[in-house]
Ligand binder design. Structure first.
Ligand code: PGA
Length: 259
């Protein structure tokens, strides 16, 4: 995004937590209370789908909603799945696409991810596209190759007109950093971010490449959060584990609000 005045973005990916609606409401209300005091950050919460309808938020809400997943078709015989149209109807504005847990545990291929992106953009949901290498790929020094290939395949047949500056977010999430307590160096995330912008530049040109918001995700906490913004030039963060501990998550929000 490379624009100092642009708003930072923090996305809370709750994954399959917490266990009850009342706990979920408690965390959300703590986040909303903090959000009221903070103007320079967009805060987005991605709860499990069953809570989304219960959290219905409006345009003017300080905290926006994201889905953790959606199906690549709008409707039909797809037992257990959720449609982008249903998400829109529930007031959801963002959707995480291509998270490594979806790729690894649910067999999501680059082709499926591409179809989901196309549909999300068509139905005006902002996709948060996740890319990142596994530990083995990192060890084999394949990180740049993996990032480039995941990005290129995810964006296949998506025209420049469909990807305007703010309707797609890209999150660099090294698989080995997710939930592990280990993070890449700020320099490594900076290199990944530069490579992502370069790849977007070669697909869509500079106008989009410079403005597209880039996030970092993987073991973000209140201590390391600021560095990814200041040293790695990320525009925001995708936070998993720390986002369901209200105090830790509020700490991350506060960190970002002062840098
Ligand atoms: P983590 O998860 O913060 O628990 O590492 C990040 C993510 O999976 O998006």
């Amino acid at each position: 995004m490379e624009n100092k005045n642009a708003k930072r973005i923090i996305i809370a990916n709750w994954k399959m937590n917490p266990e009850t609606l009342s706990e979920a409401k408690e965390i959300l209300s703590a986040i909303k209370k903090e959000a009221k005091k903070i103007e320079n950050i967009n805060i987005v919460v991605a709860p499990p789908a069953i809570y989304l309808g219960r959290f219905k938020t409006g345009e003017s809400d300080d905290v926006k909603l994201a889905a953790q997943n959606m199906h690549w078709e709008e409707k039909g015989a797809f037992t257990g799945e959720i449609s982008s149209l249903m998400l829109k109807d529930a007031g959801v504005e963002y959707v995480i696409v291509g998270h490594s847990e979806r790729r690894n545990y649910f067999g999501e291929t680059d082709e499926i991810i591409n179809k989901k992106l196309i549909l999300a953009l068509k139905n005006r949901l902002t996709p948060i596209l996740c890319v990142g290498e596994s530990f083995e790929e990192k060890r084999a020094e394949k990180t740049p190759e993996i990032i480039k290939s995941q990005l290129t395949k995810a964006l296949e047949n998506i025209r420049q007109k469909q990807v305007q500056s703010k309707n797609l977010l890209i999150a660099y999430e090294p698989v080995w950093a997710i939930g592990s307590g280990t993070t890449p160096s700020y320099d490594d995330v900076l290199s990944a971010n530069l490579l992502i912008r370069k790849t977007i530049n070669s697909i869509y040109g500079r106008g989009i490449a410079e403005k597209i918001p880039l996030l970092y995700g993987g073991s973000v906490n209140a201590k390391n959060a600021g560095g990814f913004i200041e040293k790695s030039r990320a525009d925001g963060l995708l936070v998993g584990g720390a986002s369901i501990k209200a105090t830790e998550f509020l700490g991350i929000i506060r960190q970002l609000s002062i840098i």
